[in-house]
Write a protein that binds this ligand. Structure first.
Ligand code: URA
Length: 246
């Protein structure tokens, strides 16, 4: 198998990103730097590392969803020793498990993990428009005009947002001054939901992701995960526009 394909399937990076890792001389096969694109690797016996971390192909890819608690970074390790989501998922049983995209440290809810690099890339690819559903608690009460702006698509400092689906869910107590808003977006830019609502004059107090595409995690306790069922994996494949998943 071509080394860049191996790296993508093992979750090191996208196919293109894997090529960049190789040309940056960060990839070793059996201890030897391999930077030539197109080099081959035998997944059954070669040891492939990126920056010293070994990547393997699982026999069968693994997919799970974590109900992420607040206070955990979406990363598999933190040099400063802060809590990270890797502590909450079975990394020893499933080497190569990694999160699909990111949630901010203070955001809770559905965070997918997989060992399937190609599926992850497909789910995150902007052209596939996989919908993410968020519930934000915001200061004040957004007006219908403000929600309409989000529905038409506002422009943030890093460019225009695609139209969002937005609705008020309710007021969290008359005196709290906080309103629950559901926002569905198909993009995944940094702090996007917080920035969109802040731009409307309603800073986010709390943010929860109810679902990533068809997969939610509100049925499991905060900090717990569950393996996805075959039916859910098929739904994800269809959301990611992967027809036949090898
Ligand atoms: N948008 C945000 O602002 N934060 C998240 O964690 C996810 C989406």
């Amino acid at each position: 198998m071509r080394l860049q394909k191996f790296l993508a399937r093992a979750g090191a990076a996208s196919r293109r990103g894997s090529e960049d890792l190789m040309t940056a001389r960060r990839v070793r096969v059996n201890g030897v730097v391999v930077s030539e694109l197109g080099s081959k690797v035998d997944p059954s016996c070669d040891v492939v590392t990126v920056d010293g971390i070994e990547y393997r192909l699982s026999d069968k890819p693994v997919y799970l969803v974590l109900n992420k608690p607040a206070g955990y970074l979406t990363t598999m390790s933190d040099p400063r020793g802060r809590h990270c989501v890797a502590e909450l998922v079975p990394t020893a049983e499933h080497p190569g498990l990694f999160p699909v995209g990111r949630l901010d440290a203070d955001t809770t809810g559905a965070l997918l993990f997989t060992t399937d690099g190609e599926m992850a890339q497909a789910l995150l690819h902007p052209s596939h428009h996989v919908e993410k559903t968020y519930v934000a608690q915001v200061e004040g009460r957004p007006s219908e005009d403000e929600l309409d702006e989000l529905r038409r698509g506002i422009t943030l400092d890093d460019g225009p947002c695609k139209p969002a689906i937005a609705r008020i869910l309710g007021r969290d107590g008359v005196s709290s001054g906080v309103t629950s808003v559901e926002l569905r977006i198909s993009e995944g830019r940094k702090h996007q939901v917080k920035r969109m609502l802040e731009a409307m004059g309603h800073p986010v107090v709390r943010l929860h992701r109810k679902a990533f595409g068809p997969i939610g995690a509100d049925d499991i306790a905060s900090g717990s995960y569950r393996m996805l069922e075959e039916r859910e994996i098929a739904q994800l494949e269809s959301a990611a526009k992967i027809k036949e998943h090898a």
